[in-house]
Design a protein around this ligand. Structure first.
Ligand code: ADP
Length: 496
């Protein structure tokens, strides 16, 4: 029976998941890799280690499933987005560590470009904002800080890639220098109106065009894998950035369908259809995927601290032993007794974008217990996601039919119930919550015609549906307290 292998290269670990023809998980393997933190605000990965861990887990997953390469119909890639690798085309050697999406070293360049008035053009062409998060300023930093890099780049000797590109290059022994539109659209160099690399933006960031990969469809055969490391000749047939892959894995393929991933941070994406919709609420308008000769778009908003607030309860406050314990503790009280927790540990993301905000807990009384704090933590996560979805609604005007959820913290039934109450729509958790890998597998499986789209709908099964239950009065009170909490937590630190 043919299977599909999804390579899921995340920020802290590489995973490989083998899916059966019925879309079920046959085997998983995962390995962490090193987080290199040379100085505050700098975050790097070793590209060679990314490759070696990724291929190792691929081989491990295959062996766990008891399969050989010829049992695979295709391989799909999904990856941490925006992270930059530059390597020498001839030797295949990276010129430096990968600069990771979290890295803030290019904040001064972003400030300068903003002061020069570049942001409106950038937003209009790319759907993004001017922020160190995205790739372009990281590429420029490497060209300007690694000896000879710029001269070599101008001679066409170097290649740039996001992590998908790097893995595809390695899988094809350097024959394919490609990316897909979902990844390209996160670089600040890709025009989402024309679906091409944008010469004006390349000039603005001072990046030679010769560095850039070819943009290929998210679902389509790219090449056979040529490495001999256990995957030889399997077609590489799908690529998508992690959040867009999760959107596809949640089958959010008609306008208005929306998913939220509750991992360390929370990422809400709404599928918007074949035209980019400009955001008036500082959300990102980005490419969902290119499939069947059609490019589709989505709106994206993210908050930095989601499940990480639960980790803080575990590791910082020692209020719980393990993340799953939060439900029992938070359920031991009927409500947070007026406690509001704004988990803005690293500032506020969309739609507030306040890097000077701080974490804040307000309404503490003599009666406050860790149970109230646990409850306020779940409410704080759900309220942040509610703000994201309200901003998406303000942009698209589409009434949310339901919210599809995944990620580690989506396992909290209480969090999901609070979310359904706050949104006033059902929250739906699918059986397979490995939606990122599933999306990459779907894109690859469609490309090799292992599946038709109707097969995917038949595979996708609901684990649990959370219907809104709370009375609106209490919710209004919670939301009003939240707004006051946000104001107090906002711009706490002075701008330097
Ligand atoms: P990432 O991909 O960002 O590393 P994951 O999707 O693996 O994140 O989710 C990890 C987060 O989920 C952690 O922050 C953890 O606190 C939270 N988490 C995991 N399991 C549970 C659970 N049963 N209940 C609540 N939170 C959980």
């Amino acid at each position: 029976m043919p299977h599909i292998l999804a390579l899921d290269e995340g920020t802290t670990s590489a995973r490989a998941i083998v899916f059966t023809q019925e879309g079920e998980i046959a085997a998983v393997a995962q390995r962490e890799f090193k987080q290199i933190l040379p100085q505050p605000g700098h975050v790097e990965h070793d590209p060679e280690e990314i490759w070696s861990t990724q291929i190792a887990v691929a081989v491990e997953a295959l062996s766990r499933a008891g399969l050989r390469p010829r049992d695979l119909a295709a391989v799909g890639i999904t990856n941490q987005r925006e992270t930059v690798v530059i390597w020498n085309r001839k030797t295949g050697k990276p010129i430096h560590n990968a600069i990771v999406w979290q890295d803030r070293r290019t904040a001064p360049l972003c400030e300068k470009l903003r002061a020069d008035g570049c942001e409106p053009l950038i937003q209009q062409r790319t759907g993004l904002l001017l922020d160190p998060y995205f790739s372009a300023t990281k590429i420029a930093w490497l060209l300007d800080n690694i000896p000879n890099a710029r001269a070599q780049a101008e001679r066409g000797e170097l290649a740039f890639g996001t992590i998908d590109t790097w893995l595809a290059w390695k899988l094809t022994s350097g024959h394919k220098h490609v990316t897909d539109p979902s990844n390209a659209s996160r670089t600040l160099l890709f025009n989402i109106q024309t679906n091409k690399w944008d010469d004006e933006l390349l000039k603005l960031f001072n990046i030679p065009r010769g560095l850039l990969p070819e943009v290929v469809p998210s679902s389509g055969v790219i090449a056979g894998v040529s490495t001999t490391l256990g995957l030889a000749s399997v077609p590489l047939a799908g690529i998508a950035g992690d959040q867009q892959a999760a959107l596809f894995g949640q089958l959010c393929t008609t306008p208005g369908l929306t998913k939220c991933t509750y991992g360390t941070g929370c990422f809400a994406l709404q599928f918007t259809g074949p035209k980019p919709s400009a955001s008036k609420n500082r959300l990102l308008s980005t490419i969902a995927w290119n499939h069947n000769n059609r490019t589709d778009y989505c709106l994206e908003g993210s908050v930095f601290i989601g499940g990480a607030a639960i980790q803080w309860l575990r590791d910082g406050l020692h209020a719980i032993n393990a993340a799953p314990d939060i439900d029992a503790l938070a359920s031991s009280v009927p409500d947070s007794a007026g406690l509001t927790f704004v988990p803005a540990f690293t500032g506020l993301g969309a739609p507030h974008w306040d890097p000077y905000a701080t974490g804040a807990m307000l309404g503490i009384t003599r009666g406050t217990t860790t149970a109230h704090i646990a409850r306020a933590t779940l409410e704080g996560i759900a309220l942040q996601v509610t703000d994201l979805l309200d901003a998406i609604h303000a942009d698209t005007g589409v009434k949310l039919p339901e919210l599809r959820v995944d990620g580690g913290a989506a396992n909290s039934n209480l969090l999901m119930q609070i979310q359904a109450d706050l949104l006033g729509v059902p929250v739906v958790r699918p059986k397979i919550t490995e939606t990122t890998a599933l999306g990459a597998a779907y894109l690859a499986g469609l490309a090799v015609k292992l599946w038709k789209e109707t097969d995917l709908t038949a595979h996708w099964k609901v684990d649990r549906r959370f219907e809104p239950q709370q009375a609106p009065g209490r919710l209004l009170e919670m939301k009003a307290r939240w707004q006051r909490g946000l104001q107090r937590a906002g711009t706490w630190y002075e701008r330097k």
